[in-house]
Design a protein around this ligand. Sequence first.
Ligand SMILES: Cc1cc2nc3c(=O)[nH]c(=O)nc-3n(C[C@H](O)[C@H](O)[C@H](O)COP(=O)(O)OP(=O)(O)OC[C@H]3O[C@@H](n4cnc5c(N)ncnc54)[C@H](O)[C@@H]3O)c2cc1C
Length: 371
Amino acid sequence: MKTEDIVIVGGGPAGAYLGYCLAKKGIYATIFDDSHPREKPCGGGVSHLALKKFPIIKKTPGMKGIGKKMRIISHSGKETKIGSGYMIGISRLRLDKFILDAAVSAGTHLIEKRVLDVNNKNGVWHVKTKNKVFKTKLLIGADGVNSIVRKKVLGSHKKENLTLTYGYFAKGLEKEVTLMKFLKDKMGYIWIFPRGDHTSIGICAELKDGKGLKELLDEFIKEYYPKIKILSTYSALVPTITDTNFFKIPCTGENWVLIGDAAGHVDPISSEGISYAFWSGELASKSIIKNNHREFDSMWRSEYGENLTKAIKLKSLMYNSHFIDLSITIASRSKTFSKLFFDITVSEQEYRTLTRRILKDLPRIIKEFIF
Ligand SMILES: Cc1cc2nc3c(=O)[nH]c(=O)nc-3n(C[C@H](O)[C@H](O)[C@H](O)COP(=O)(O)OP(=O)(O)OC[C@H]3O[C@@H](n4cnc5c(N)ncnc54)[C@H](O)[C@@H]3O)c2cc1C
C-alpha cells in the first residue's frame, strides 16, 4: 500500500486547479482521474468576471476569436442582446486538459485510474483503484456531481438539488453569438455556446421537470437553426441547490474536503459551475497551505456563500415568465438594466451603483415606452 499526503479524487477544473495552486507553493498532491482527454458534457460558458479572476483560463489553447455577445430570448420570443465580454464558450476538452497539464507540469502527481471506493480506517483514507489501494491523510472530493467521496462523507446530492441537461455538440453555429432562451413553465433554458471549431447547444431544467427536454430542444433547433450538423449527444446532471440550509453544512471534516460540483458549489439559477470549481479549488489550496484545511469552510462562505444563497432566494423570480418578458423589454432599452438583470456575476457594490444609475435612467426609459 502506498501512502500519499494529499489525494484529490477528480481532475476536472476544481481538482486540477487545486493541484496546480498547491504545487505552485511546493505541495505536491496526487490526482486520480482516468477520463482525460474528453469533452465533458457542458456549455463551456465562462463569464468575463471568472476570466478576470482566473486569468489562467484565458491561456486555454483555441480561445482566440470566440464571440462575446449574448442573445437572450424569453419563452414568448421577446429578445435582447447584451454587451460584449459577458460570457464566452470554451471546449472542456481543451480547458480541462490545459489546467490538468499545468498542474502536472508544476509537480502534481497524476494517476490515470478511476477510484472505485474510499474508506476511512482509523483516521487514514484507503483509496481503492482496480489494482491497488493507496492510503492518504487528507482526501479531497473533486469528483463532480456523482462524487463517491461526497457519498461517503455526507451522502449523495438529493434529487431536488439536481438539474437535468440534454444537448448536442454540433457544427454550423460557430458564427452565432452565445444564446440563452428561457423555457415555458419550467425553471430552465436552452443555450448555445459557440466554441471556435464547434458549438455546444443544450437545454436544462430541474430534474423533476426533466421530461420532454430533448423534444423541446429539437423543436427549437428545427425552428431557429434547421441546418446544423449534430456531431454527438450528451445528457448529464448538475447540482443546483434549492434549499439555503444546504450551505450551512460544512464541506470539510477531520480529514476530508469537498470542492466544485461535489460540494454543490454551482450557481443555483444559471448552473454556472466552472468559476466556482476554480474558486473552491483556489480557496481549498489556501486553507491547506495554512495547514488548516477546515478553514476552507469559512473562506468559501465569506467569498461566495452569499452569492449562492441569494441565488436560491431569487430563482423563482428570475424564472417567472412575466418578469423575464418585462426585464427583456426594459433591458433592450437600457444597457444598465441589462447588466443588472442578466449579469448574475455583478458584485454587491456594482449592484448598488447600477441600481442608482437605473433610478436616474428610469424617466428616460418610461418616456421611451410611452412615446
Ligand atoms: C450539460 C452541462 C452544461 C453546463 N454548462 C455550464 C456552463 O456553460 N458554464 C459553467 O460555468 N458551468 C456549466 N456546467 C457546470 C460545470 O460543468 C460544472 O460545474 C464543472 O465542471 C464542475 O467542475 P468540477 O471539477 O467540480 O467537476 P467535473 O468537471 O465534473 O470534474 C470531475 C472530474 O472527476 C472525475 N471523476 C469522477 N469520479 C471519479 C472517480 N471515481 N475516480 C477518478 N476520477 C473521477 C471525472 O472524470 C472528472 O474529470 C454545465 C454542466 C452540464 C452537465
